[in-house]
Design a protein around this ligand. Structure first.
Ligand code: UFG
Length: 326
Protein backbone atom coordinates (compact mmCIF):
# COMPACT_ATOMS: atom_id res chain seq x y z
CA UNK A 1 0.00 0.00 0.00
CA UNK A 2 0.96 3.63 -0.43
CA UNK A 3 0.12 5.81 2.56
CA UNK A 4 0.23 9.52 3.31
CA UNK A 5 1.52 10.02 6.85
CA UNK A 6 0.52 13.48 8.08
CA UNK A 7 2.73 14.27 11.05
CA UNK A 8 5.19 11.54 10.12
CA UNK A 9 8.15 13.50 11.53
CA UNK A 10 6.71 13.49 15.05
CA UNK A 11 7.13 11.01 17.87
CA UNK A 12 4.40 8.48 17.08
CA UNK A 13 4.34 9.34 13.36
CA UNK A 14 8.04 8.62 12.83
CA UNK A 15 7.68 5.21 14.48
CA UNK A 16 4.72 4.58 12.19
CA UNK A 17 6.83 5.35 9.11
CA UNK A 18 9.57 2.93 10.24
CA UNK A 19 7.01 0.27 10.94
CA UNK A 20 5.23 0.67 7.59
CA UNK A 21 8.37 0.63 5.48
CA UNK A 22 9.59 -2.38 7.49
CA UNK A 23 6.36 -4.15 6.48
CA UNK A 24 6.98 -3.40 2.80
CA UNK A 25 4.60 -0.46 2.41
CA UNK A 26 5.37 2.93 0.87
CA UNK A 27 5.05 6.03 3.04
CA UNK A 28 5.02 9.70 2.08
CA UNK A 29 5.46 12.07 5.01
CA UNK A 30 3.63 15.41 5.15
CA UNK A 31 4.73 17.53 8.10
CA UNK A 32 5.15 21.22 8.91
CA UNK A 33 8.03 20.43 11.32
CA UNK A 34 6.41 22.62 14.00
CA UNK A 35 7.14 19.92 16.58
CA UNK A 36 8.52 17.09 14.43
CA UNK A 37 12.09 16.55 13.28
CA UNK A 38 13.29 16.18 9.68
CA UNK A 39 15.97 13.74 10.90
CA UNK A 40 13.23 11.44 12.22
CA UNK A 41 12.22 10.64 8.63
CA UNK A 42 14.52 8.21 6.83
CA UNK A 43 16.26 9.69 3.77
CA UNK A 44 14.65 7.17 1.42
CA UNK A 45 11.12 8.20 2.46
CA UNK A 46 9.53 11.03 0.44
CA UNK A 47 9.00 14.13 2.55
CA UNK A 48 6.67 17.08 1.87
CA UNK A 49 7.10 20.15 4.07
CA UNK A 50 3.56 21.39 4.49
CA UNK A 51 0.80 22.37 6.85
CA UNK A 52 -2.48 20.40 6.81
CA UNK A 53 -4.29 23.74 6.86
CA UNK A 54 -2.80 24.53 3.41
CA UNK A 55 -5.50 23.31 1.02
CA UNK A 56 -3.55 24.18 -2.15
CA UNK A 57 -0.47 22.25 -1.05
CA UNK A 58 -2.54 19.22 -0.06
CA UNK A 59 -4.41 19.34 -3.36
CA UNK A 60 -1.08 19.22 -5.23
CA UNK A 61 0.08 16.22 -3.21
CA UNK A 62 -3.16 14.33 -3.84
CA UNK A 63 -3.22 15.34 -7.52
CA UNK A 64 0.22 13.94 -8.21
CA UNK A 65 0.09 10.71 -6.20
CA UNK A 66 -2.51 8.06 -5.47
CA UNK A 67 -2.80 6.97 -1.83
CA UNK A 68 -4.62 3.95 -0.44
CA UNK A 69 -5.14 5.68 2.90
CA UNK A 70 -4.09 8.56 5.14
CA UNK A 71 -2.82 8.34 8.71
CA UNK A 72 -3.25 11.63 10.51
CA UNK A 73 -0.95 12.36 13.46
CA UNK A 74 -0.69 16.17 13.13
CA UNK A 75 -1.85 17.82 16.33
CA UNK A 76 -1.03 20.08 19.16
CA UNK A 77 -1.16 17.70 22.11
CA UNK A 78 -0.34 19.35 25.42
CA UNK A 79 -3.25 19.34 27.82
CA UNK A 80 -2.03 22.28 29.91
CA UNK A 81 -1.21 24.42 26.89
CA UNK A 82 -4.64 23.72 25.41
CA UNK A 83 -6.32 25.25 28.45
CA UNK A 84 -4.36 28.50 27.96
CA UNK A 85 -4.52 28.59 24.14
CA UNK A 86 -7.82 27.02 23.09
CA UNK A 87 -7.98 28.88 19.74
CA UNK A 88 -4.65 27.38 18.68
CA UNK A 89 -5.94 23.91 19.55
CA UNK A 90 -9.27 24.25 17.79
CA UNK A 91 -7.63 25.86 14.75
CA UNK A 92 -4.91 23.27 14.42
CA UNK A 93 -6.67 20.11 15.56
CA UNK A 94 -10.18 20.83 14.28
CA UNK A 95 -10.16 23.44 11.50
CA UNK A 96 -6.98 22.15 9.83
CA UNK A 97 -8.17 18.55 10.07
CA UNK A 98 -11.30 19.63 8.15
CA UNK A 99 -9.03 20.96 5.40
CA UNK A 100 -7.27 17.59 5.22
CA UNK A 101 -10.59 15.72 5.17
CA UNK A 102 -11.83 17.96 2.34
CA UNK A 103 -8.67 17.31 0.32
CA UNK A 104 -9.08 13.57 0.84
CA UNK A 105 -12.66 13.75 -0.33
CA UNK A 106 -11.74 15.74 -3.45
CA UNK A 107 -9.11 13.12 -4.25
CA UNK A 108 -11.41 10.16 -3.52
CA UNK A 109 -9.21 8.78 -0.76
CA UNK A 110 -11.67 7.07 1.54
CA UNK A 111 -9.63 5.47 4.35
CA UNK A 112 -8.30 7.36 7.37
CA UNK A 113 -6.71 6.42 10.67
CA UNK A 114 -6.87 9.28 13.14
CA UNK A 115 -4.83 9.78 16.33
CA UNK A 116 -7.23 10.32 19.17
CA UNK A 117 -6.58 10.23 22.89
CA UNK A 118 -7.65 9.01 26.30
CA UNK A 119 -8.33 12.68 27.00
CA UNK A 120 -11.71 12.30 25.25
CA UNK A 121 -12.98 10.53 28.37
CA UNK A 122 -12.29 13.20 31.01
CA UNK A 123 -12.49 11.90 34.56
CA UNK A 124 -12.79 8.11 34.40
CA UNK A 125 -15.80 6.43 35.91
CA UNK A 126 -14.40 2.92 35.70
CA UNK A 127 -11.18 1.15 36.59
CA UNK A 128 -10.60 0.17 32.96
CA UNK A 129 -11.91 2.46 30.25
CA UNK A 130 -13.55 0.71 27.34
CA UNK A 131 -15.27 2.20 24.29
CA UNK A 132 -18.66 2.35 26.04
CA UNK A 133 -17.27 4.76 28.66
CA UNK A 134 -18.89 8.21 28.36
CA UNK A 135 -16.84 10.87 26.60
CA UNK A 136 -16.61 14.10 28.58
CA UNK A 137 -13.32 15.90 27.93
CA UNK A 138 -12.11 18.28 30.60
CA UNK A 139 -9.75 20.30 28.41
CA UNK A 140 -9.68 21.82 24.89
CA UNK A 141 -7.16 19.20 23.69
CA UNK A 142 -9.50 16.30 24.48
CA UNK A 143 -12.45 18.31 23.22
CA UNK A 144 -10.72 19.01 19.87
CA UNK A 145 -10.04 15.29 19.33
CA UNK A 146 -13.61 14.34 20.25
CA UNK A 147 -14.97 16.93 17.82
CA UNK A 148 -13.10 15.23 14.99
CA UNK A 149 -14.41 11.83 16.11
CA UNK A 150 -17.91 13.28 15.67
CA UNK A 151 -16.98 14.74 12.29
CA UNK A 152 -15.72 11.31 11.19
CA UNK A 153 -19.00 9.67 12.20
CA UNK A 154 -20.94 12.21 10.11
CA UNK A 155 -18.50 11.89 7.20
CA UNK A 156 -18.99 8.13 7.15
CA UNK A 157 -22.73 8.66 6.64
CA UNK A 158 -22.53 11.58 4.24
CA UNK A 159 -19.48 10.76 2.13
CA UNK A 160 -18.71 7.11 2.83
CA UNK A 161 -15.40 7.98 4.53
CA UNK A 162 -14.05 4.91 6.33
CA UNK A 163 -12.15 5.78 9.50
CA UNK A 164 -10.68 4.46 12.70
CA UNK A 165 -9.96 6.78 15.63
CA UNK A 166 -7.36 5.27 17.92
CA UNK A 167 -7.45 6.62 21.46
CA UNK A 168 -3.91 6.31 22.78
CA UNK A 169 -3.39 6.13 26.49
CA UNK A 170 0.24 6.96 27.40
CA UNK A 171 2.48 6.53 24.36
CA UNK A 172 5.95 5.60 25.60
CA UNK A 173 9.33 4.13 24.71
CA UNK A 174 11.39 4.31 21.54
CA UNK A 175 12.31 2.11 18.62
CA UNK A 176 14.77 -0.47 20.04
CA UNK A 177 17.22 0.26 17.18
CA UNK A 178 17.88 3.61 18.86
CA UNK A 179 17.63 5.85 15.78
CA UNK A 180 14.35 7.59 16.65
CA UNK A 181 12.63 8.44 19.93
CA UNK A 182 10.73 11.03 21.89
CA UNK A 183 12.08 14.58 21.47
CA UNK A 184 9.62 17.24 22.54
CA UNK A 185 10.49 20.82 23.42
CA UNK A 186 9.39 21.54 26.07
CA UNK A 187 9.20 17.98 27.40
CA UNK A 188 6.25 17.46 29.71
CA UNK A 189 5.87 13.67 29.70
CA UNK A 190 6.80 11.52 32.65
CA UNK A 191 9.18 8.93 31.22
CA UNK A 192 11.44 11.37 29.32
CA UNK A 193 11.51 13.64 32.36
CA UNK A 194 12.43 10.72 34.65
CA UNK A 195 15.32 9.78 32.33
CA UNK A 196 16.46 13.39 31.95
CA UNK A 197 16.59 13.62 35.76
CA UNK A 198 18.76 10.47 35.81
CA UNK A 199 21.06 12.06 33.22
CA UNK A 200 21.27 15.26 35.26
CA UNK A 201 19.66 17.28 32.45
CA UNK A 202 17.83 20.08 34.22
CA UNK A 203 16.42 19.99 37.71
CA UNK A 204 15.18 17.00 39.68
CA UNK A 205 11.93 15.39 38.54
CA UNK A 206 8.80 16.99 39.95
CA UNK A 207 6.29 14.36 41.05
CA UNK A 208 2.99 16.13 40.58
CA UNK A 209 1.03 15.15 43.68
CA UNK A 210 1.32 12.23 46.11
CA UNK A 211 -2.12 12.56 47.68
CA UNK A 212 -4.28 10.92 45.00
CA UNK A 213 -6.60 8.04 45.86
CA UNK A 214 -4.24 5.45 44.35
CA UNK A 215 -2.12 2.67 45.90
CA UNK A 216 0.82 4.97 46.66
CA UNK A 217 -0.79 8.40 46.26
CA UNK A 218 0.71 9.15 42.81
CA UNK A 219 -1.18 9.06 39.48
CA UNK A 220 -1.60 5.77 37.66
CA UNK A 221 -1.26 5.58 33.86
CA UNK A 222 -1.29 2.93 31.15
CA UNK A 223 2.00 3.08 29.20
CA UNK A 224 1.86 1.61 25.71
CA UNK A 225 4.93 1.19 23.52
CA UNK A 226 5.05 3.46 20.49
CA UNK A 227 5.80 0.55 18.11
CA UNK A 228 2.72 -1.25 19.42
CA UNK A 229 0.71 1.87 18.58
CA UNK A 230 2.21 1.72 15.08
CA UNK A 231 1.15 -1.89 14.57
CA UNK A 232 -2.42 -0.98 15.59
CA UNK A 233 -2.56 1.70 12.86
CA UNK A 234 -1.63 -0.72 10.12
CA UNK A 235 -4.17 -3.25 11.39
CA UNK A 236 -6.76 -0.45 11.40
CA UNK A 237 -6.10 0.37 7.74
CA UNK A 238 -6.40 -3.29 6.82
CA UNK A 239 -9.62 -3.52 8.87
CA UNK A 240 -11.14 -0.63 6.92
CA UNK A 241 -10.71 -2.50 3.66
CA UNK A 242 -13.62 -4.69 4.76
CA UNK A 243 -15.48 -2.34 7.09
CA UNK A 244 -17.28 0.85 6.12
CA UNK A 245 -18.13 3.34 8.83
CA UNK A 246 -16.34 5.25 11.60
CA UNK A 247 -14.76 3.13 14.34
CA UNK A 248 -13.09 3.90 17.65
CA UNK A 249 -10.67 1.80 19.65
CA UNK A 250 -8.84 2.36 22.93
CA UNK A 251 -5.17 1.44 22.93
CA UNK A 252 -3.29 0.62 26.11
CA UNK A 253 -1.70 -2.34 27.83
CA UNK A 254 -4.54 -2.66 30.33
CA UNK A 255 -2.25 -2.31 33.32
CA UNK A 256 -1.60 0.87 35.24
CA UNK A 257 1.63 2.03 36.86
CA UNK A 258 1.98 4.84 39.35
CA UNK A 259 4.52 7.63 39.02
CA UNK A 260 6.48 6.05 41.88
CA UNK A 261 6.41 2.68 40.11
CA UNK A 262 7.76 4.31 36.94
CA UNK A 263 10.56 5.88 39.01
CA UNK A 264 11.38 2.48 40.58
CA UNK A 265 11.42 0.82 37.15
CA UNK A 266 13.72 3.55 35.81
CA UNK A 267 16.09 2.95 38.74
CA UNK A 268 16.16 -0.78 37.96
CA UNK A 269 16.75 -0.21 34.25
CA UNK A 270 19.36 2.55 34.53
CA UNK A 271 21.02 1.36 37.73
CA UNK A 272 20.91 4.99 38.90
CA UNK A 273 18.81 6.95 41.36
CA UNK A 274 16.09 9.27 40.00
CA UNK A 275 16.43 12.59 41.83
CA UNK A 276 12.90 13.76 42.52
CA UNK A 277 10.81 16.01 44.71
CA UNK A 278 7.11 16.00 45.49
CA UNK A 279 5.38 18.98 43.87
CA UNK A 280 1.76 20.16 43.93
CA UNK A 281 -0.77 18.40 41.70
CA UNK A 282 -0.79 19.38 38.02
CA UNK A 283 -4.10 20.84 36.89
CA UNK A 284 -6.29 18.47 34.89
CA UNK A 285 -4.61 15.18 35.91
CA UNK A 286 -7.10 12.37 36.64
CA UNK A 287 -5.88 9.98 39.38
CA UNK A 288 -6.05 6.86 37.22
CA UNK A 289 -6.31 6.24 33.46
CA UNK A 290 -6.15 2.63 32.34
CA UNK A 291 -7.49 1.27 29.05
CA UNK A 292 -9.44 -1.79 28.22
CA UNK A 293 -8.17 -2.68 24.78
CA UNK A 294 -10.29 -5.81 24.48
CA UNK A 295 -12.14 -4.40 21.46
CA UNK A 296 -8.95 -3.58 19.55
CA UNK A 297 -7.64 -7.06 20.29
CA UNK A 298 -10.86 -8.73 19.19
CA UNK A 299 -11.70 -6.60 16.15
CA UNK A 300 -8.28 -5.60 14.85
CA UNK A 301 -6.37 -8.64 16.09
CA UNK A 302 -4.00 -6.26 17.89
CA UNK A 303 -1.47 -7.83 20.22
CA UNK A 304 0.93 -5.40 21.91
CA UNK A 305 4.42 -6.91 22.19
CA UNK A 306 6.42 -4.68 24.44
CA UNK A 307 4.19 -4.85 27.48
CA UNK A 308 6.65 -4.94 30.39
CA UNK A 309 7.23 -1.52 31.88
CA UNK A 310 10.96 -2.27 32.31
CA UNK A 311 11.29 -3.08 28.60
CA UNK A 312 9.45 0.09 27.60
CA UNK A 313 11.75 2.09 29.87
CA UNK A 314 14.86 0.31 28.57
CA UNK A 315 13.95 1.31 25.01
CA UNK A 316 13.42 4.92 26.09
CA UNK A 317 16.70 4.88 28.06
CA UNK A 318 18.64 3.75 25.04
CA UNK A 319 17.29 6.74 23.11
CA UNK A 320 17.66 9.38 25.81
CA UNK A 321 21.25 8.45 26.60
CA UNK A 322 22.27 9.21 23.02
CA UNK A 323 19.47 10.93 21.09
CA UNK A 324 20.19 11.27 17.38
CA UNK A 325 18.31 14.59 17.29
CA UNK A 326 16.23 16.87 19.46
N1 UFG B 1 4.16 13.59 35.79
C1 UFG B 1 5.00 13.95 36.82
N2 UFG B 1 6.12 14.68 36.52
C2 UFG B 1 6.43 15.06 35.25
C3 UFG B 1 5.58 14.67 34.20
C4 UFG B 1 4.45 13.95 34.50
O1 UFG B 1 4.74 13.65 37.99
O2 UFG B 1 7.47 15.73 35.04
C5 UFG B 1 2.97 12.79 36.09
C6 UFG B 1 1.69 13.47 35.64
O3 UFG B 1 1.21 14.31 36.64
C7 UFG B 1 0.80 12.28 35.37
C8 UFG B 1 1.77 11.19 34.89
O4 UFG B 1 3.05 11.60 35.34
O5 UFG B 1 0.23 11.85 36.56
C9 UFG B 1 1.81 11.04 33.40
O6 UFG B 1 1.97 12.33 32.81
P1 UFG B 1 2.32 12.57 31.27
O7 UFG B 1 2.45 14.04 31.09
O8 UFG B 1 3.47 11.71 30.87
O9 UFG B 1 1.05 12.00 30.51
P2 UFG B 1 -0.49 12.38 30.69
O10 UFG B 1 -1.12 11.19 31.34
O11 UFG B 1 -0.71 13.68 31.32
O12 UFG B 1 -0.91 12.58 29.19
C10 UFG B 1 -1.29 11.55 28.36
C11 UFG B 1 -1.05 11.97 26.91
C12 UFG B 1 -1.96 13.11 26.55
C13 UFG B 1 -3.38 12.74 26.86
C14 UFG B 1 -3.52 12.37 28.32
C15 UFG B 1 -4.91 11.96 28.65
O13 UFG B 1 0.30 12.35 26.73
O14 UFG B 1 -1.85 13.36 25.16
O15 UFG B 1 -2.65 11.29 28.60
O16 UFG B 1 -5.22 12.43 29.93
F1 UFG B 1 -4.21 13.79 26.62
Amino acid sequence: MKLLICGGAGYVGSHMVRYLTGQGHEAVVYDDLSTGHRQAVPREVAFVHGDIGDAARLARVFATQRFDAVIHFCAKSLVGESVGEPYAYYRNNVANTLVLLGAMRDADVDRLVFSSTAAVFGHPQAERIDESHPTAPINPYGQSKLMIEHVLADAAKAYGLRSVALRYFNAAGADPQGTIGEAHEPETHLIPNVLKAVLGQGAALNVFGDDYATRDGTCVRDYVHVNDLASAHLLAIEYLAGQPGAHRFNLGNGEGFSVREVIAAAERVTGKAVPHTIAPRRAGDPATLVASSALARAELGWEPRMVRLDDILASAWRWHREPAFG
